[in-house]
Design a protein around this ligand. Sequence first.
Ligand code: ADP
Ligand code: MG
Length: 671
Amino acid sequence: MAERLARLGVTRVLDLLLHVPLRYQDRTQVSRIGEARIGEDVVIEGVVEHTAVVARRRRSLLCRVADGTGSVTLRFFHFNSGQRDALRRGRRLRCIGELRAFSGGVEMIHPELQFELPAPDSAPRLTPVYPATEGLHQLSLRRLVAAALQRVTDGDLPLVELLPEGLRQRLQLPDLLAALQTLHGPPPGTCTDPQRLPARRRLAFEELLAHSLSMLTLRTLARTETAPSLAAGGDLTARFLAQLPFSLTAAQQRVAAEVAADLSASRPMLRLVQGDVGSGKTVVAALAALAAVEAGYQVALMAPTELLAEQHYGNFHDWFAPLQIEVAWVSGKSSAGARRAAHEAVKTGAAGLAVGTHALFQTDVEFARLGLVIIDEQHRFGVHQRLALREKGAAQGLRPHQLVMTATPIPRTLAMTAYADLDCSSIDELPAGRTPVRTAVLSQERRDEIVQRIRSACESGRQAYWVCPLIEESELLEAQAAEQTADFLREALGGLSVGLVHGRLRADDKERVMGQFKAGAIDVLVATTVVEVGVDVPNASLMIIENAERLGLAQLHQLRGRVGRGAMASSCLLVYKPPLTETARARLQTLRDCNDGFLIAEKDLQMRGPGELLGTRQTGQLSFRVADLRDDADLVVGVRESAELIQNQYPELIQPLLQRWLTQREAYGNV
Ligand code: ADP
Ligand code: MG
């Protein structure tokens, strides 16, 4: 039983109380047998008139129950003698099940039976239907939850109210015991959707509060540590800005100033920079890196994929070489010799900046004086990886500063929950001169037309992407699909050069193809979703996304952001495989009509939930028992305020709250 319960996330008696019903059944209305409707789930109450085991076609137990208005036959194919004996003549009981017509009479097959009838004066309650699992069914779950509740009311199971009275009154939240009693058996006539029940919302609030406190605790801990103060004269910065072919947008300047202020302090910065795709986050990262280098510290820049890390390496190398700053490339895939040289440069401090994937935080990478960690496209990394990198610490017991950049704008509610340990800056403006990408939704049956579009774009000197997203959960199949598409395009576009990148290519092959595409030697790049994050080729003006109906809105927006990076008009074709469901059509149209990453992210959260926006790692950490960020988004602001209130005025409540709601793994403060 314990093992089955564990499958439902129940390992403590308390967890039973936090097991939220899926829905409720109204069994408070008892029907008269003579008036009950055939084919419906009904509750009837009567007296056993006759019970017998018959062996006609199949051995079965039959029992006639009457209530004065009629009688019904209960039929059981599986039964034991105990069950048979319980149905003795004269016994009063309730039967719950579907009423069926049967040779002139009515019957119920395997109805649920209740021999203990509610006292006539007890308040009627709806019956909860719980998420169940194999070998553990509704009846057992109901019994277990009822027993747990009984232990609480009897005082056997201490259940402390952890929300201060004043807070509950202000937010109009019911007290804990009342909330649990209502959740597991609300009175009829109230709302029957557990998601909307104030009782559940109170529990969701408490759960979100616990998560928020855990993040705040982590943040407070981090703030007590010392970081190197990275305030320099700004000479490198000025030289860097002078060599850029553009000037910063007002938003970039504002965010860069927020970052610079954090860096100059001697407590570690923990800042999240979000901005729509193409808003120019990389330059802001470069400015932060320069401040660190000028102050005599090293910088680690980590990206989630080799491809993106390589691109950053290329960019930073080009930017920093004229400033005499050495950039090291730390890749798990480099040759042993190259890797040793890179590690050496990092260890001696010769390299001011090290760029790489998570290979950067392997134990054999040692920094001489790490002062700043920059993490790009954060949503692919979890909190724990972020912490591991922080452990790399600067010399003399100093903690490095941390700058986290997300590719996907994150709705405020989600950011406040998933990144509550970070301060947040938004680059909410695109560089001037960008023409919005025109988006069209079309069926894959119009392939000829699509090919024509590619041809004319390439003939006028532009380039195109063709993205084949994951169709099955297999990198191999995805790579094969991309290969087939590339073959098809090579044939259809004779004379144009078609390149191919996918996750199964060797790193140097990928790099070579990307390099050729960037240099304009390849006209059309066929790619799997590896191009999703960060890839920057301003001359590309056409993006084709196959099987678009299978991708999330935020991801599609990300992909679309690969074009429209220059001044010329760009287009994105969202190609679907018919037939398209109504919802899928509506989703694609949302994207067609909207270019604002923040709005799109909100919609994606509504439609698909937080997992899609944050990636799988983050989702693991955001799997709440009771709360659901779609239904409970409106609680988040109050939660954050309350967490601060509790931290300041009721710090003794923090530990009990964390213990009630978070598993060991989730208690970030304990890492
Ligand atoms: P993202 O925020 O998506 O990471 P990038 O940092 O890759 O965006 O920048 C997108 C493109 O815009 C790059 O080609 C970059 O050089 C360019 N860019 C960045 N800032 C500006 C600016 N202020 N004016 C014009 N172009 C800019
Ligand atoms: Mg980027």
